[in-house]
Ligand binder design. Structure first.
Ligand SMILES: Nc1nc2c(c(=O)[nH]1)N=C([C@H](O)[C@@H](O)CO)CN2
Length: 125
């Protein structure tokens, strides 16, 4: 398994449970690792054969900057589902870091791992 990654993608968004957090934008910082196989792209040298990290970054920026979640959990889950379904990624690890949300901490947040659901087994009589 190979990995395409995207680190320190900073996006301003409305996020948080407190009243003051609903009135301003805060910066969330995303680190993303995605399973892939780079063999085809390495052989062809063609972006069409690659998992395009620029396309994924643009999609995440569009989604997150227009969202208004209360919890980082919800933001992470929905962003992960977009990557799995729209880009056909089989497995990913996503860190969502809320910069400066807690005094004394550089960041707080969550890390999730998600994969494509297993295909359902059909029973044959
Ligand atoms: N597990 C979580 N804990 C907290 C969250 C969150 O999104 N997930 N959010 C907050 C507040 O919005 C906080 O970031 C403001 O400082 C507190 N705990």
């Amino acid at each position: 398994m190979d990995i395409v990654y995207l680190n320190d993608l900073r996006i301003d968004t409305i996020i948080g449970i407190y009243d003051w957090e609903r009135r301003i934008k805060q910066t969330v910082c995303l680190d993303l690792e995605m399973a892939t196989n780079v063999a085809k792209a390495a052989a062809s040298d063609n972006i069409e054969d690659a998992l395009d990290y620029k396309a994924i970054a643009k999609r995440l920026i569009n989604f997150v900057s227009n969202s208004e979640f209360l919890l980082v959990e919800t933001l992470a889950e929905q962003a992960a589902q977009i990557i799995l379904t729209e880009f056909g990624v089989s497995w990913l690890r996503l860190k969502v870091d809320k910069q400066g949300a807690i005094r004394g901490a550089q960041g707080v947040g969550i890390i999730i791992e998600r994969r494509q659901p297993e295909p359902e087994m059909t029973s044959h009589p």
